[in-house]
Design a protein around this ligand. Structure first.
Ligand SMILES: Nc1ncnc2c1ncn2[C@@H]1O[C@H](COP(=O)(O)OP(=O)(O)O)[C@@H](O)[C@H]1O
Ligand SMILES: [Mg+2]
Length: 445
């Protein structure tokens, strides 16, 4: 992409109403624009990152054996009357009446709809297990939308739902998602810790929140320090094998959110120097809720003994749009965002220090073509802006690498390559820089 044709409305001033760094940086770097409280337009750069996060979430759902589908944002109220949640959900639910006076709502989550879909087609033990997911916008009329995309009213969520014959099988589905989540967040450059959590309005008894630590997080969390260093299981795990040992390993040590915290147990179980008491951001939440929805909504299957019983269900959410804020909280400096390579909107920024200079233009064009071809998604700053403004903008938007091409360097056959995260700079020939970037020869965390 050429910046002269692109749209990155960078703000010069720090927006005064943004309280946390990720919100400030998202506004300043032109990723999002607020359209109403808690409702955002995703500008081109923000949209690219959102799509990349979404794609990683999708790939790990697929790897875990979940099947993607897409349910609508609008749902009939009657479905929610069946489960009893139409009244329970309260004011967070955005209710809509259509021209025929039928009650609709903008979905805050999809347990009811997926249960209705399942029960319409699946009647036998042969029809389970099923693990289905979609990535769709949700609306929750939060009383206090804040921190930008962290707590929005409209937000993008991946929500998966599992259907199993019995509790033991449901546990296996739960474990699949548990492991998939660890891998997902690791690919996004995040250290996540699963913590025992309250089940809230979704209900049920087994639940974990996946938390990333950040001072600006909304949740107060307590855990054993070793959990932070445990790392993800890795993409080669066999999802059809026994995942229980992996899950046990990560649930054996103390980790709880505020609602589930037991101060006495914390002190008894965790040696003092290992006690982490911090703030965190909830980026994912998984629930096993048994027959809470299948029973009232009559989603039953015939077991091998011929008897019909309600299926055991679970639901598994990832805050796709919230993750963008979480990633920025975890990865930025005074100059701006530092994207992990896996979600960077573009892989390399090329700065043309003197557009119009034949040698600079030609070198930039060579770099642009070669890096495009190598799949590095370059963003070429071919604008007439001052050098200082170009450097500041490139740092602010946080692409992992920058190539600076100016007339003076070119005379000596050199360009400058900067690694955004470390700030280290290399004087290289253009060909060397292109080759090394194309081969991924710079460590960038
Ligand atoms: N208002 C919101 N804005 C952005 N993301 C949200 C919001 N509410 C929930 N999420 C994301 O969706 C995931 C699943 O939501 P869920 O656990 O059902 O919501 P909650 O924790 O608010 O009860 C959460 O872990 C979080 O990452
Ligand atoms: Mg939650």
């Amino acid at each position: 992409m050429r910046l002269s044709r692109y749209f990155i409305p960078v703000l010069k001033e720090t927006p005064s109403d943004a309280q946390i760094v990720s919100h400030r940086l998202m506004l300043r770097a032109g990723l999002i624009r607020q359209e109403a409280a808690g409702i955002y337009a995703w500008l081109p750069l923000g949209h690219r990152v959102l799509r990349k996060i979404e794609q990683i979430v999708r790939e790990e759902q697929d790897r875990a054996g979940a099947a993607e589908m897409l349910m609508p944002t609008l749902q009939p109220a009657d479905l929610w009357r069946e489960s009893g949640r139409y009244d329970d959900y309260g004011q967070e639910m955005l209710r809509i009446v259509d021209r025929h006076k039928r009650d609709l709502l903008y979905g805050p989550t999809n347990e009811e709809m997926i249960t209705e879909i399942f029960r319409s087609y699946c009647r036998s033990y042969k029809d389970v297990p099923k693990l289905l997911y979609h990535i769709q916008w949700k609306f929750r009329d939060e009383i206090r939308p804040r921190f930008g995309v962290m707590r929005g009213r409209e937000f993008l969520m991946k929500d998966a739902y599992s259907f199993d014959l019995d509790e033991e099988a449901a546990r296996k589905s739960y474990n699949r998602m548990f492991v998939a989540y660890l891998n997902t967040f690791a690919r996004l450059g995040l250290k996540s810790v699963p913590m025992r959590a309250d089940t809230g309005p979704i209900g049920g008894d087994l639940s974990h929140e996946f938390i990333i630590l950040a001072d600006t997080g909304e949740s107060e969390v307590f855990c054993h320090a070793d959990l932070l260093e445990m790392g993800a299981p890795g993409l080669d795990v066999n999802f059809d094998g026994d995942l229980q040992p992996l899950v046990d390993q990560r649930t054996a040590l103390y980790a709880a959110t505020e609602e589930m915290h037991d101060a006495d147990r914390f002190v008894a179980e965790v040696p003092e120097h290992k006690r982490v008491s911090a703030r965190g951001i909830e980026v994912g939440h998984i629930f096993n809720f048994g027959t809470k929805y299948s029973e009232p909504m009559n989603a039953s299957v015939a077991h091998p003994d011929g008897k019909e019983r309600p299926v055991h269900m679970g639901s598994y959410g990832v805050g796709v749009s919230r993750l963008m804020g979480g990633i920025i909280e975890a990865s930025h400096d005074d100059n701006g965002i530092i994207w992990p390579e896996s979600v960077a909107p573009y892989g390399v920024g090329i700065i043309n220090m003197r557009p119009g200079d034949a040698a600079c233009d030609a070198a930039c064009e060579t770099a642009y073509q070669a890096l495009s071809k190598a799949g590095k998604e370059p963003l070429l700053d071919d604008t007439e802006d001052r050098a200082g403004a170009k450097f500041a903008r490139m740092d602010l938007i946080g692409l992992p690498y920058q190539i600076v091409i100016g007339p003076r360097g070119l005379k000596e056959g050199k360009i400058e390559l900067k690694v955004r995260r470390s700030g280290e700079k290399h004087d290289l020939s253009l060909d060397d820089a292109i080759d090394r970037l194309a081969e991924g020869k710079f460590a960038n965390g």
